[in-house]
Write a protein that binds this ligand. Structure first.
Ligand code: FCA
Length: 331
């Protein structure tokens, strides 16, 4: 029988023998990466996770799709990834202020982390520049929203001064603020009356929180017959449009323009009759998912740290061209 000390020598000998085979970076086979998202039920995030998984299948690494709706769930997702031997993860955090906590947990496990869509901020509220990020160029895409709305106001022959804007805002999330700021600035530049912009602060980034925030604004500003609606994403604009319908406004009275170009918009454009949801600035969630996973993979396998901040652009998608834009963006 093998004595305990002999066994120990064998084990130590074996691990020493393995040493020369190990490089500074993980071997290409056997790579497991996590992909954690704040809203796993939303089409945007489903598509990102799917694109990352498909890339993994093609390039020979595993992607574990996880939900992180709050801080607690994110930390257990990271623990879970560690127990599966993952070398890193991509994350769209439920709250950007969790950045330092998430980064610390990743460091404890020697895991690499990159953010997608929503960038971590430090305790001063500034972006955590050390964590590579890929997201929308929020302000520019917001300007596209504002310009699209202004053009539609003109096309419908509305008098600018009689139009109200419902700005569904989320100032806790920097990318959300950039997007609605861009839209506001473009609208005002096009001649929109600043005093006719009404805020509906939402608690979250989804349809129901936008609906709840929007409803009271319509009732309060009942003198306006024409409305435009914008927000950080199309899910929220859809909440605003649903609230406008409930209030009694029709598609002819409302111009809602969103951001994303995901399944939520496709479903709306597929309805038999047009609604107040005029269009959305579509961005490729396929590219966001694939590129952020690829950046992380290259970092883990080659030691090549991804760019600090990659900003993507968008394209207007309406009821008339949505299938074509969807195909162009690989959605
Ligand atoms: C944020 C929004 C999402 C999407 C993403 C790029 O996370 O909540 O809907 O727009 O940015």
């Amino acid at each position: 029988m093998l004595s305990l000390s002999k066994l120990r020598t064998l084990v130590i000998g074996a691990s020493v023998a393995c040493l020369p085979l190990m490089s500074a970076h993980a071997a290409k086979e056997d790579i497991t990466l996590g992909f954690i998202v704040k809203k796993p039920e939303q089409a945007w995030f489903i598509n990102e996770q799917r694109a990352a998984t498909e890339l993994g299948k093609k390039d020979g690494f595993e992607v574990v799709k996880l939900s992180g709706v709050d801080g607690q769930e994110v930390l257990s997702a990271i623990d879970n990834l560690h127990s599966q031997g993952a070398q890193g993860f991509v994350i769209c955090p439920p709250d950007v202020r969790l950045g330092p906590v998430i980064k610390r947990r990743a460091d404890q496990y020697d895991m690499k982390v990159v953010t997608v869509d929503d960038r971590f901020v430090n305790s001063d509220g500034d972006p955590m520049k050390g964590v590579p990020h890929l997201g929308m160029s929020g302000y520019k895409i917001g300007q596209q929203v504002g310009n699209t709305i202004a053009e539609q106001i003109k096309a419908r022959g509305w008098d600018m001064d009689d139009v109200a804007a419902l700005r569904i805002s989320n100032y806790e999330l920097p990318t959300a603020k950039e997007r609605t700021d861009g839209a506001t600035d473009a609208l005002v530049k096009a001649g929109f009356n600043k005093d006719n912009i009404f805020d509906a602060p939402q608690q979250n980034t989804d349809t129901s929180s936008a609906f709840a925030a929007a409803s009271p604004v319509f009732s309060k500003q009942s003198k306006f017959k024409h409305w435009v609606i914008y927000a950080l994403n199309e899910e929220s604009v859809l909440g605003g449009v649903r609230a406008s319908e409930q209030y009694g406004l029709t598609a002819d009275d409302v111009i809602g323009v969103g951001i994303n170009g995901s399944g939520a918009a496709f479903a709306e454009f597929s309805r038999e009759k047009p609604t107040g949801f005029y269009g959305t600035i579509a961005v490729s969630s396929t590219m966001h998912g694939r590129q952020s996973a690829l950046n992380l993979y290259n970092w883990v396998t080659e030691g090549e740290k991804p760019p600090a901040d990659t900003q993507t652009t968008g394209k207007l998608m309406t009821r008339d061209n949505w299938q074509q834009v969807r195909d162009e963006l690989g959605l």
